[in-house]
Design a protein around this ligand. Structure first.
Ligand SMILES: *[C@@H]1O[C@H](CO)[C@@H](O)[C@H](O)[C@H]1NC(C)=O
Ligand SMILES: *[C@@H]1O[C@H](CO)[C@@H](O)[C@H](O)[C@H]1NC(C)=O
Ligand SMILES: *[C@@H]1O[C@H](CO)[C@@H](O)[C@H](O)[C@H]1NC(C)=O
Ligand SMILES: *[C@@H]1O[C@H](CO)[C@@H](O)[C@H](O)[C@H]1NC(C)=O
Ligand SMILES: *[C@@H]1O[C@H](CO)[C@@H](O)[C@H](O)[C@H]1NC(C)=O
Ligand SMILES: *[C@@H]1O[C@H](CO)[C@@H](O)[C@H](O)[C@H]1NC(C)=O
Ligand SMILES: *[C@@H]1O[C@H](CO)[C@@H](O)[C@H](O)[C@H]1NC(C)=O
Length: 843
């Protein structure tokens, strides 16, 4: 069944990139908030400020927002020249009052309150004292503009809040307190934030006790305290993508002579996974402060430090630092450390590797930290110890400091499940018409999930690494030391020099595979162990989460049908995984690869049974309920004896805890194998692996790829096509012609039924891997025992017939027991069983 592959065969592989490309024009449009309420308080006319129209709350349109039984509109009789027209009027409240806004969609919103004290008609606004609250959360208590800096010089005070609105209404309330007896406001802005402005992804909490993942930032009310365009000019709302004001950093520099401004005129290179124009405008990324090195040949070692006034005494803050390498002339030259309060916020930050190997590519990090007692929050950048003298430098482009309005300041966050989102892959692909529909759907989906997209696409963000627990929930993890994070696998560390030796310094002739992650080399260790060496693109932190997942998962589990990890290397910028070498390579190559020798039906069944065992062990064994997420025929490898082993755990993750039924996650996986239910609902269960395994079963039976776009529309998707034939009871018409004479009809029937059940639309209707394994064992029996059974017996084998361990015992060490394998070889040493990892279909 070999076929010529026309050029468009590769379309499925390119589709993710195509989708990204198609979504670009959508993303590059200027931001238009869904909700956009701009109120000019106390005014009976609309006013336009920075091209935005503010509605007077004394007009018929504007008054609907106001619920203030005791309030007056106040007009400044002699307004100063200069300040915004919004500041010529105010609404003065003498009783509890509020503004109410209908919210179209539950999402993060920005709320800005403008206070500009003027004196008019017996009211001196600077004397007002009042509370401001939103939905019962006190944003400002005993607020007085005079005390907040907007005093004698008649300067305005702008308060900005970023908060999740999860009801259909947002209410801002003003309560006058004390002797003043009144409160006021000059203007209010309420608008929907871009969905990626604040996310719960990749945020680190820093404390003296260590660091960990910080969850739930989106459920906090954040008050902007500082917004700084480091090394640059003031950016006014007119020039900002979200009408923000960014001020220069000079006043906050602890030692001005340590810093030297840098700038660039050409626009920044925004990259997927980095920052966006909404997160900060070009002008922030195009200026920076760098180390002021008077003499390039001198070995200067110092930090640049800024000190920002904040509320003292353990008040929790979100610190967002913006970076864009506008100073380097080549990649990988600028590597520096970032500190908050002297703690590492990022060690060895190499922007060029994080942001797709481009310079001048905007990036930001979010860190949560509690203030100390000094009343100042200190941020420093300084050279990394791994940089050499001529390249010593450090830079910072922007700072935002936000106070968490009501966060408790002492609880250390515990890590937990991270929402992974990467490329969304279509599962059902039936010709070009369907493809268009799919593209549109996926583009919409991507837009909708833009917020969540960050994890998968900000590889460098993973400073804290996952460690897996028996419960399946990510535990807290250690920040700072790269070695520390993997210390639990210390025994598996292999020095880089050893790997160079094993691969003859990465000899091209030893390449046995390549893919999204990098290249796979065949190697021989000094003890003559054959290994497969998977080397990430040097210097790239792309795939770092997958790298660590693979180490954590594989270092904990040993099973005859799971490819085992011999070790890994993480020195300097290398990410290398060393596996047992698998002589016969991926299953796929033996089904329809070039120059393949067709496998017999028995061999195929044994391979299916082996991989089902491996998967069953992953799901239920003493391992910890791991979902593989990327089961496909290229991830099932065969050793020299055609023993199947499941490989590539880079996407795998722990299954749901006992009390949960699924893991919410972004869709990852491979075309043609993706569980449609998972695709629709982003809920991952072990039944998603069962679905993918069902596709593999069909591949084994029909000897064709899961997606073959060279075929006619109804045949493109193997699962759809084969199940149609199966439902018609004609499955035998589409099986691999090499099998036609050797396959016994009962065995075929049972096998096809098993595959069909795996492919049930809903996970609940699919069998468990244990059931699948059971059924496949039975298929093998049917095959071997010929035609002596009655048909009614076929559907339910009695348990006594097939003594099968339901839970496969975990192997104690490198010696792996084979559980009643049909070959009868009972003891196999891992050092003799080798695997290779193929990632020929980059994800
Ligand atoms: C003010 O703006 C609103 C909405 O933009 C509009 O409906 C209304 O007619 C305007 N009122 C005046 C007085 O211009
Ligand atoms: C406001 O100030 C008064 C008097 O100083 C104090 O008693 C009260 O607790 C304060 N209220 C809030 C909410 O801070
Ligand atoms: C008011 O402004 C003047 C000139 O801009 C400045 O010298 C003075 O210190 C300011 N006063 C206050 C209280 O900020
Ligand atoms: C996150 O916040 C929501 C809403 O406040 C809360 O229900 C949830 O328990 C929080 N999760 C964690 C892990 O704190
Ligand atoms: C906007 O930016 C441009 C270019 O930097 C500058 O010339 C202009 O004055 C800015 N406008 C405002 C309102 O800040
Ligand atoms: C720069 O450093 C070199 C070597 O340290 C020294 O000879 C030279 O005088 C220095 N130049 C300046 C301007 O400091
Ligand atoms: C930079 O600051 C950090 C944190 O305070 C400190 O540990 C480090 O030694 C400083 N580096 C230099 C070169 O002073």
């Amino acid at each position: 069944m070999e076929k010529k592959k026309p050029p468009f065969f590769y379309i499925p592989l390119l589709l993710p990139f195509l989708l990204q490309f198609l979504s670009l024009p959508l993303l590059s449009l200027a931001f238009t908030p869904l909700d956009n309420y701009l109120i000019d308080c106390g005014s009976n006319a609309n006013s336009t400020v920075d091209s935005r129209q503010f509605v007077g709350d004394s007009t018929s349109t504007g008054s609907v927002f106001l619920s203030a039984p005791r309030s007056i509109s106040l007009r400044d009789q002699s307004p100063p020249q200069g300040p915004s027209p919004l500041y010529r009027t105010a609404r003065v409240f003498t009783g509890v009052s509020s503004y109410q806004f209908q919210i179209k969609k539950k999402s993060t919103h920005l709320v800005r309150l403008h206070f500009f004290p003027f004196t008019s008609q017996n009211y001196d606004l600077s004397t007002a004292v009042f509370h401001v609250s939103i939905h019962g959360s006190l944003l400002l208590s005993n607020f007085s503009v005079r005390r907040s800096g907007g005093n004698n010089n008649n300067s305005a005070v702008l308060k900005e809040y970023i908060l999740m609105v999860d009801s259909g209404k947002l209410e801002v309330s003003f309560t006058p307190v004390g002797t003043s007896g009144f409160g006021f406001v000059n203007a209010i802005e309420v608008f929907t934030a871009p969905s990626d402005l604040i996310t719960d992804v990749g945020i680190q909490f820093i404390s003296p006790a260590g660091a960990g993942e910080y969850e739930n930032v989106t459920s906090q009310i954040l008050e902007t305290v500082h917004r700084i365009n480091v090394g640059g000019e003031k950016v006014t709302p007119f020039n900002d993508t979200l009408w923000r004001t960014w001020i220069p950093d000079e006043d906050y520099l602890v030692l001005k002579s340590a810093a030297k401004p840098a700038s660039r005129t050409r626009p920044p290179n925004y990259q997927k996974g980095g920052s966006t124009k909404e997160i900060a405008p070009d002008s922030v990324y195009l200026t920076a402060q760098q180390m002021n090195k008077p003499n390039l040949s001198m070995t200067l070692n110092f930090n640049i430090t800024w000190s920002f006034p904040v509320s003292p005494g353990g008040v929790r803050h979100l610190v967002r630092l913006h970076f864009c390498d506008i100073v380097s002339t080549a990649l990988n030259l600028l590597i520096f450390d970032v500190y908050i309060y002297g703690y590492y916020a990022y060690k060895d930050l190499d922007l060029s590797t994080i942001t797709s190997h481009t310079l001048a590519s905007p990036y930001y990090i979010d860190r949560v930290i509690d203030s100390d007692d000094s009343g100042f929050l200190r941020i420093s950048v300084g050279p990394s110890e791994i940089t050499a003298p001529p390249n010593i430098n450090a830079l910072l482009n922007g700072v935002e400091i936000m106070r968490m309005v009501s966060a408790k300041g002492s609880i250390l966050p515990s890590g937990s499940k991270k929402k992974h989102v990467a490329l969304l892959l279509g599962s059902v692909l039936g010709g070009s018409a369907l493809m268009c529909v799919l593209i549109i759907a996926v583009v919409l989906e991507m837009k909708r999930r833009k917020k969540k997209k960050k994890t998968g696409s900000r590889p460098g963000e993973t400073v804290a690494w996952p460690s897996w627990q028996a419960t399946g929930v990510r535990s807290g993890s250690v920040l700072y030391e790269r070695t520390g994070s993997t210390s639990m696998h210390l025994g598996m560390k292999i020095p880089f020099a050893e790997i160079q030796f094993a691969t003859k310094n990465f000899d091209d002739n030893l390449i046995i595979g390549s893919g999204g992650f990098g290249r796979v080399y065949k190697g021989v260790l000094r003890d003559n162990t054959k290994v497969a060496v998977k080397r990430g693109v040097p210097g790239s932190r792309q795939g770092l989460p997958e790298f660590h997942t693979e180490i954590t998962v594989l270092s904990k589990i040993r099973h005859r049908h799971l490819v085992s990890l011999v070790g890994y290397c993480e020195e300097q910028s290398e990410m290398i995984l060393v596996y047992e070498y698998m002589e016969k390579g991926p299953l796929r190559n033996h089904l329809y690869g070039p120059n393949f020798q067709p496998l017999s039906w028995k061999q195929r069944l044994e391979i299916c049974i082996g991989s089902a065992r491996g998967l069953h062990y992953l799901h239920t064994g003493s391992a910890q309920g791991i979902i593989h997420r990327d089961i496909k025929s290229t991830n099932i490898l065969l050793d020299e004896n055609y023993v199947a082993k499941v490989a590539d755990f880079g996407l795998s993750r722990s299954g749901p805890c006992l009390e949960e039924t699924h893991v919410s996650t972004g869709v990852k996986g491979s075309f043609g194998y993706l569980d449609p239910e998972y695709f629709k609902r982003q809920q991952l269960t072990d039944k998603s692996d069962v679905y993918s395994f069902g596709v593999v079963l069909l591949e084994v039976l029909c000897a064709r790829p899961a997606i073959d776009i060279s075929l006619s529309t109804d045949q493109v998707n193997l699962a759809d096509w084969a199940i149609k034939w199966q439902k018609k009871g004609l499955i035998e018409q589409i099986i691999d012609r090499h099998l036609v004479d050797q396959i016994n009809p009962r065995s075929l029937k049972k096998f096809a039924e098993t595959a069909e059940k795996c492919l049930a639309e809903y996970g609940v209707d699919r069998p468990t891997m244990g059931d699948v394994l059971w059924n496949l064992e039975y298929v093998l029996q049917l095959h071997q025992s010929g035609v002596n059974r009655e048909p009614h017996e076929d559907s339910a084998p009695a348990a006594s017939e097939l003594p099968l361990p339901r839970v496969i015992p975990r192997a104690p060490s490198t010696n792996i027991r084979t559980e009643g394998d049909s070959d009868g070889n009972s003891e196999v040493s891992t050092t003799q069983v080798f695997s290779q990892l193929m990632t020929t279909e980059g994800r």
